[in-house]
Design a protein around this ligand. Structure first.
Ligand code: PLP
Length: 407
């Protein structure tokens, strides 16, 4: 997508707007599958939470991906996109037994991450095979909020509780058809991932009926030039070799599964916003855009540093700016960043806006959530309309004496 293409998208659909490049999604998918070409059966289940627009889910389905879901609503979105239930895995944390039962009844693969539900589910539905999520007690992941495989985290069943899992399996007669881990996002060091994988292989040895081993995700993507990223090719080579050796010893066909979100969609996304005000203060120059952390919360939530380009004046003189939003509290996207000279009404493009951006957007300050656009074969396609005032009020019930809301 060129700057001209992006400016055209703003012209057509307004600002702010998210735009996703379908070709980049496809390239990432192919890169991942190519890295594991030596493994006979590989399954990529796209983590829907990263970006859950139905058009994106259809794109994933067309590429051959399944889906990784964490709520019954994500499952329903996947089914609405035409993904078959057997190509969906449900990997929730802390949801009720009844939600898990409803998802199981749809024919979706269940992944259970605590002993209490495992026992209750196994007792009631011994014929439904389930996957178990283990906690390998490995500290991995970038930000502490996304490091989820360590001993103090709420995720997974501790590897020290394997004897208890085995007892539940024996007592209920249930079948465990998969073992799973997800240690966190933004894992820098593949050795840590490989170490955790060994723990998963050790766990797998305890179960006789496995059909797949799911290594979760957490691949790091670059945010700017020179950033460290997971070396997928080296990782594929090393884990693939180890997996093949394990599968041979296991003596039954096994599928290697992953559930990447960020890796598939992060770099495909751009967030485009217009500059409302350029404000010179005693200490900095603020560029205030027509958005805020209501639309892109990652910088405030995780400290993520999205690259920002002034696509209206790309060749302008580089100057220092603090890019902020219009929210009624601090909402800083970038501090003291070198950006081509900014004028009011210029369009700024934020990179890496595909994963956990729109899907975390809210109506805070009663703003509308932006439109979403898919860029494919050199053309733009609207995949979500910008919200309107109707969307803000349609579930609200005014006081009786004030029965109508004027829109
Ligand atoms: C269980 C599980 N699987 C997969 C993912 C996707 O991770 P990423 O977007 O880093 O690939 C997450 C992210 O939170 C997750 O919790």
């Amino acid at each position: 997508m060129t700057n001209q293409d992006l400016l055209q998208v703003v012209q057509e659909y307004g600002s702010p707007v998210y735009v996703y490049n379908a070709e980049k999604i496809e390239a990432q998918y192919k890169r991942l599958t190519a890295a594991f070409k030596k493994v006979k059966q590989v399954k990529i289940n796209y983590a829907v939470k990263a970006l859950s627009n139905i058009a994106i889910l259809q794109t994933m389905k067309n590429l051959g991906a399944g889906l990784d879901t964490v709520s019954i609503q994500e499952v329903r979105l996947g089914l609405a996109a035409g993904v078959k239930p057997e190509n969906i895995i449900f990997t929730p944390n802390g949801v009720s037994l009844s939600e898990i039962e409803r998802v199981a009844a749809m024919g979706v693969q269940i992944n259970i991450d605590n002993l209490s539900i495992l026992e209750q589910f196994g007792t009631k539905h011994p014929k439904t095979p389930v996957c178990i999520r283990i906690n390998p007690h490995v500290m991995a992941g970038g930000n502490t909020n996304i490091s989820v495989g360590h001993i103090d985290s709420k995720f997974g069943i501790s590897i020290h509780q394997i004897p208890h899992i085995l007892r539940i399996v024996e007592n209920t007669g249930m079948k465990i058809n998969g073992v799973h881990m997800h240690t966190g996002s933004d894992i820098l060091d593949i050795e840590v991932f490989l170490y955790a994988s060994e723990i998963l292989f050790d766990t797998a040895k305890h179960f006789e009926d496995l059909e797949f081993i799911d290594f979760g995700s957490g691949f790091k993507v670059p945010y700017k030039e020179g950033d460290i990223e997971t070396d997928i090719e080296e990782f594929g080579e090393k884990l693939g070799e180890r997996f093949n050796a394990f599968a041979k010893a296991y003596k039954k066909p096994l599928t290697l599964a992953f559930e990447p979100g960020k890796f598939l969609v992060s770099e495909a996304g751009k967030f485009l916003a217009s500059v409302n005000v350029v404000k010179q203060t005693t200490s900095t120059v603020f560029a205030q855009i027509d958005s805020g952390f209501n639309h892109l919360i990652r910088p405030m939530l995780y400290g993520s540093q999205h690259e920002i380009h002034n696509i209206s004046n790309p060749d302008g003189k580089q100057r220092f700016y603090s890019v902020v939003g219009y929210i009624c509290e601090t909402d800083t996207f970038a501090n003291n960043r070198r950006i081509a000279e900014i004028s009011e009404e210029d369009i700024l493009a934020f990179s890496n806006a595909g994963a956990y951006c729109f899907s975390m957007a809210s109506n805070y300050n009663s703003r509308y959530r932006p439109a979403e656009v898919l860029w494919k074969n050199g053309e733009s396609q609207l995949i979500r309309k910008r919200e309107t005032f109707d969307d803000l009020v349609h579930n609200q019930i005014p006081l009786k004496e004030l029965q109508s809301i004027e829109v």
